[in-house]
Design a protein around this ligand. Sequence first.
Ligand SMILES: [Zn+2]
Length: 258
Amino acid sequence: MPPVTVQAIVLRRRPLGEADKVLTLFTREMGKLSALAKGARKPTSKLAGATETCVRARFHLAPGKTFWIVTQATAERARARLHRLLVNAAAAMYACELVDRLLEEGVTEEDLFDLLASVLDELEESEHPTWTLCWFENALMLQQGYTPMLDACARCGNEVEGEQVAFLPEVGGVLCASCARTVTSAAKLSRLAWLAWRVMNAGERVDFPGESTAGELEHAVHLHLRYHIDREVKSSQVLWQLRQELLGNETYPPIPLP
Ligand SMILES: [Zn+2]
């Protein structure tokens, strides 16, 4: 079969492997088909924008073994506003789900009530919904008494230094360089992300620090939350799946240390 050029709307995208996406495309010319977009989950990928749900794009497709392979994609309608609304709504739904799972019937939780009310207010307007969610997840952990140890090594108590800091949910905090050498995987935080986390734990709000720093902290805070919630809430897997499906940042693999 020769390569084709089609106009399509992305009905669905699901992650495959480390960085690929499998797309369900509704093409004008050929109807519904599945296509593989290699590397499209990397933010730097040229295919990233055009392979999101609801986007209308022109696709160049080459025949592959199982799927068509996306060789080029140009968004015609990126639907940035719609996409942002979807992500904000998804973040709000996830926050409600999370709280639902933590609550028992008939128990008063005023602080948690105020916290949820305030994150929902913010998600109506937020330009950076996953960052807003990160603040919420962190505040929730602080409220539940799971304050991560960030000032010194959570394993040996020594000073933590360097441009990069390792965070390990199992020990409940950051590690000094020598303790970090003994673990095979941990989340990696830049100095900036680590400092931002300490500021948040002191009860301050931190303005959006840019994609890369925010991404690192969102990852670490979520790992921390997930570690504790998984021990408390039986059906938590469903919750993580919801977060993944709604927010698109599907996997949270621990980042191997250098
Ligand atoms: Zn240590």
